[in-house]
Each structure stands twice: as structure tokens, then as C-alpha cells.
Design a protein around this ligand. Structure first.
Ligand SMILES: NC(=O)C1=CN([C@@H]2O[C@H](COP(=O)(O)OP(=O)(O)OC[C@H]3O[C@@H](n4cnc5c(N)ncnc54)[C@H](O)[C@@H]3O)[C@@H](O)[C@H]2O)C=CC1
Ligand SMILES: CC(=O)[C@H](N)C(=O)O
Length: 300
């Protein structure tokens, strides 16, 4: 997906093009296919993953494959398979082959009984989506294998990521990507969330940088294996208002979708990322103002 392609690009700049293999079950766009090694790999195919790891002398594994929150609710059986069975395959392979393993978690790993403003790293986690349940399971499995067998498992809970202008994978925070696309094309965005729905968000470049910096942090600096990372929190109304500073004609109408609104209402409104800041020096570069400028003026 979007996040994997961007992260591969960043890692290739640091570690060399041929030293980073991108994989998916979907065909990437031609410029990605040409930009470095790409292989087909299904996370449900354990033997094939093992073959890839051994034949390519893999040392780090970044596991991004997942069904996101809204799509997961629409297909729970598939989400369970990809998000849980797929994760188990990856955990076993990482342990077996002494790989450093990164798996992202999400604001979706919290639920209505978690503190929401702000949510700390350690608190009640009772999410009500299959996506959230699978992510909490991932956090716990990774930490368990770290403590029991020394697996170098690292996990960041990402906010909603504002990626480039391509269709996102069916999440609850996708409107925040779509609204920029609509602002620049038709000038009209129909939002599936209520105007006052506040959620933690992050520009994709901050997300990639956090991931790489966290992966590179010496183990002795980490007091946790799963950290919240934050950059900004906004509502549809606030982001629309900020966009109108540049494109005053933007029109936003609201037609809340009950599935995604219910999910959003159960998620944190703000992330407490003080542990990430203290332990390995996390600091975001983009707030709402900078996000809107880069999206509308430079459009990455
Ligand atoms: N985009 C966001 O706002 C956030 C993303 N994350 C996490 O980051 C990761 C990446 O997210 P995105 O790139 O946004 O999602 P995405 O939906 O764009 O990408 C997921 C990728 O997984 C692939 N996939 C599906 N089934 C597979 C299988 N059986 N084997 C191998 N690959 C398979 C899909 O083809 C897709 O390219 C996910 O784990 C997600 O939970 C966490 C929080 C926020
Ligand atoms: C925040 C996420 O994990 C993802 N973007 C989603 O909305 O499902």
C-alpha cells in the first residue's frame, strides 16, 4: 500500500536501492516497479515468505499488510485471516530467522473505554473493530515474544496518515486524504464524518521518518516496545477551514456514515506521545498549517 511504497523509498535512500525489497499481492504502479526490487508475496503463504527471507538474506522485516478499519468491518473473516494469521506467520519467521521486526499499530487499537484526550501508551484497550482487536493482538504477541525469546519487535501506533493523492485502503480517517484531492479537483467534498469529529492525524513524511528513526534507535533507549506517536489532531471542519485559507471556494457537505462515525467516536481524539519524545527523540515536523501548505502548494 501507500505506506509501504513510501517507506521503501526512504529506506532505499539510506541503505541502497537493492538492499530493500518491496512486496505486495497487488501490482504496484510502474514508477514503483521500476524504482527497485519488487516481489509478489502473500503473507498467508508461510513457505514462500521463508524462501524469500532466506534467499535474500533478509535482516529486517516491516510488516504493513492489513485490512484497515472500515474495510475490515465489511469483511471480518478476511480481516481476521490477513491481520491475525498473516501476523502470526511474520512473527514466526522473524523469530526463526533472528529478524528485526516492525509492525504498525494504530489509534484504532483503543476503544470507548480508553481515555480519549489524551490517550497514554498504557491504558485500557478494548477496541470494537476487528481491525483494532487484531492490532492489540499484534502489540501483545510481539511484546510477549520480545520478553520470552528476545525478538527485536518494535511497534508504533500511527495516527490517521495523510498520504499522497491516491485512494487509501478503506480506513476511517481516509476523508482527510480525500478532502485535499476534492479541494484541488471539484472543489466539493462530501464528508462521511460529522464536522466536529476530532482524530489524531499525521503527514506521511513524519510517519516514515518516525518509523525509520524508531527502527534505528539503540535497544537500550527503549523503555517500551509499542509507542504512540502524534503530530496534530483536527476535525473535518477545522481542516476545511485551513484549506479555505488557500482555496476559499471549497464546499464541504456532511453525510455521516454510521459505521465509520461509530468507529471514529470510539477512537482517541489526541495521542500522548511523551514517551516516544523522551526515549528516542520523536518530534513531528508537520502541524495542520504545514500539512495544508504542503498538500495544496507542493501536492506530495
Ligand atoms: N494509513 C493509515 O492511516 C494508517 C495505517 N496503519 C497501518 O499501516 C499499515 C499500512 O497501511 P496502508 O498502507 O495505509 O494500508 P493499505 O490498505 O494501503 O495497504 C495494505 C496493503 O496490504 C496488502 N495486502 C492485503 N492482503 C495481503 C496479503 N494476503 N499478503 C500481502 N499483502 C497483502 C494490500 O494489497 C495493500 O497493498 C497497516 O498495517 C495499517 O494498519 C496504522 C495507522 C494508520
Ligand atoms: C487510523 C487507521 O488505522 C486507519 N487509517 C483507519 O482509519 O483504519
Amino acid at each position: 500500500g501507500q505506506l509501504g511504497m513510501g517507506l521503501a523509498e526512504m529506506l532505499r535512500k539510506q541503505y541502497g536501492t537493492d538492499n530493500v525489497i518491496l512486496s505486495d499481492i497487488k501490482k504496484p504502479p510502474p514508477h514503483i516497479f521500476r524504482s527497485g526490487p519488487f516481489v509478489y508475496a502473500d503473507v498467508l503463504d508461510y513457505k514462500h515468505l521463508r524462501e524469500l527471507i532466506i534467499n535474500n538474506q533478509i535482516t529486517w522485516l516491516v510488516h504493513y499488510s492489513a485490512l484497515l478499519s472500515a474495510v475490515g468491518e465489511a469483511n471480518v473473516a478476511l480481516a481476521r485471516k490477513i491481520n491475525i494469521t498473516g501476523l502470526h506467520n511474520v512473527l514466526d519467521l522473524a523469530l526463526e530467522n533472528c529478524l528485526r521486526l516492525f509492525v504498525p499499530s494504530t489509534i484504532g487499537a483503543f476503544g470507548p473505554s480508553s481515555p480519549r484526550d489524551p490517550v497514554p501508551d498504557l491504558c485500557v484497550q478494548r477496541p470494537r473493530t476487528i481491525y483494532g482487536v487484531s492490532k492489540v493482538h499484534g502489540e501483545l504477541m510481539g511484546e510477549y515474544l520480545h520478553h520470552k525469546h528476545g525478538l527485536d519487535f518494535r511497534c508504533l501506533r500511527y495516527p490517521g496518515v495523510i498520504s499522497v493523492n491516491t485512494p487509501p485502503g478503506g480506513g476511517t480517517t481516509d476523508y482527510a486524504v480525500q478532502i485535499f484531492h476534492d479541494a484541488l479537483s471539484t472543489g466539493h467534498h462530501e464528508c462521511y464524518l460529522r464536522p466536529d469529529t476530532r482524530l489524531p492525524m499525521m503527514h506521511i513524511s513524519d510517519c516514515h521518518r518516525a518509523t525509520v528513526e524508531f527502527m534505528q534507535a539503540p535497544e537500550c533507549q527503549l523503555s517500551l516496545r509499542t509507542y504512540n506517536i502524534a503530530a496534530m489532531s483536527f476535525t473535518p471542519e477545522e481542516v476545511a477551514q485551513e484549506i479555505r485559507k488557500h482555496l476559499p471556494q471549497l464546499k464541504v457537505t456532511y453525510s455521516p456514515d454510521s459505521v465509520r462515525q461509530t468507529i471514529a467516536d470510539s477512537w482517541p481524539v489526541r495521542f500522548d506521545d511523551s514517551n516516544a519524545r523522551r526515549d528516542w527523540g520523536w518530534a513531528p515536523a508537520f502541524g495542520l498549517e504545514e500539512l495544508v501548505v504542503i498538500k495544496l502548494v507542493y501536492q506530495p
